[in-house]
Design a binder for this molecule. Structure first.
Ligand SMILES: Cc1cc2nc3c(=O)[nH]c(=O)nc-3n(C[C@H](O)[C@H](O)[C@H](O)COP(=O)(O)O)c2cc1C
Length: 282
């Protein structure tokens, strides 16, 4: 028998989209969170198409590959809130990345879904942005508490989220998306003006030549999203839906994926190795 959800655990859902001024986005910085290299990252495939659209619409773009950066885990000392306000104890690459995101007109968080959430590589960076807020507890005006934003940091940043996941249903992004919307509604350093979310399920097919036609459709839509974000100031809902749409029959998709896994197990190769073989054959 099902137990009822306690009243105190019926959490708010903050999903809300904003817009940027049309043609105001001149520079785009992507924080890329996939650890995969050699062209097999599907996060990178979708992001590349999105950025192509941004560039065609006249914006400059830069990708920060978090996997190549030195990012220590926040150790929770709060030194950045007390002894050295706004300055972390770690002298790694985070301060430089934060400066880049401050200067950009749009920040794109691009990452695969890992265990239904934000991959730790990106989450680790987000946690290190703590120096951007002050320690004080203040009401944020909707019955919740927040921290004030530290002077010198942009109060609100235009933000796009790009995510990919292996399962074929877009609904797996629920917690991933909610995490960004909670950050956005918190204000302070995390004052995100979310102007688009692009999620692609069934991601492992994205550079499989068997699905070339479908992949081209998806990547054309991602490119359109990049164009629209610059020219209109937001990603159109129909574009988001078109990217999320999986046309292949669910059962057939399971069967194909399971065959590929069997092939890897029998031949003692990894899935990225199989994908690289397919790409080389192309
Ligand atoms: C540790 C791990 C956890 C994953 N968790 C999920 C998941 O919760 N849901 C899902 O649909 N796919 C999951 N995946 C699949 C990835 O999202 C998928 O392979 C994606 O294409 C990876 O992105 P990338 O190619 O850019 O690295 C997971 C993969 C790994 C390695």
């Amino acid at each position: 028998m099902e137990n009822q959800i306690p009243k105190s655990l019926q959490f708010p859902h903050y999903q809300k989209y904003g817009t940027a001024e049309p043609n105001s986005i001149k520079s785009v910085v992507v924080l890329q969170g996939s650890p995969r290299k050699d062209g097999i990252s599907k996060t990178e495939v979708v992001t590349a198409a999105f950025l192509e659209g941004c560039q065609e619409a006249g914006a400059s773009t830069e990708i920060v590959n978090l996997r190549d950066k030195k990012i220590s885990h926040c150790v929770g000392c709060f030194t950045c809130w007390t002894k050295t306000p706004g300055v972390c104890i770690f002298k790694d690459d985070v301060a430089e990345i934060m400066q880049k995101t401050e200067k950009a007109d749009l920040v794109v968080y691009a990452a695969p879904l890992y265990h239904f959430g934000i991959i730790s590589l990106l989450k680790k960076y987000i946690e290190r942005t703590l120096p951007g807020v002050e320690p004080y507890l203040i009401p944020r005006g909707d019955g919740h508490t927040t921290h004030p934003h530290r002077k010198g940091y942009k109060p609100v940043q235009n933000t796009v989220i790009i995510g990919v996941c292996g399962f074929p249903e877009v609904s797996h992004f629920g917690a991933f998306s909610a995490n960004f919307h909670y950050l956005a509604s918190a204000g302070g350093d995390w004052g995100m003006n979310i102007i688009g979310e692009i999620y692609r399920p069934a991601s492992e097919q994205l550079n499989n030549p068997i699905f070339a036609e479908e992949n081209n459709r998806i990547l054309d839509e991602a490119k359109q999203a990049g164009k629209d974000v610059v020219t209109l100031g937001y990603v159109r809902p129909e574009t988001v839906d078109a990217i999320a749409k999986v046309t292949q029959d669910g059962e057939e998709m399971h069967e194909m994926a399971n065959k590929a896994w069997d092939y890897c197990i029998k031949n003692n190769i990894t899935m990225p190795e199989l994908q690289m073989m397919l790409l080389e054959k192309k």
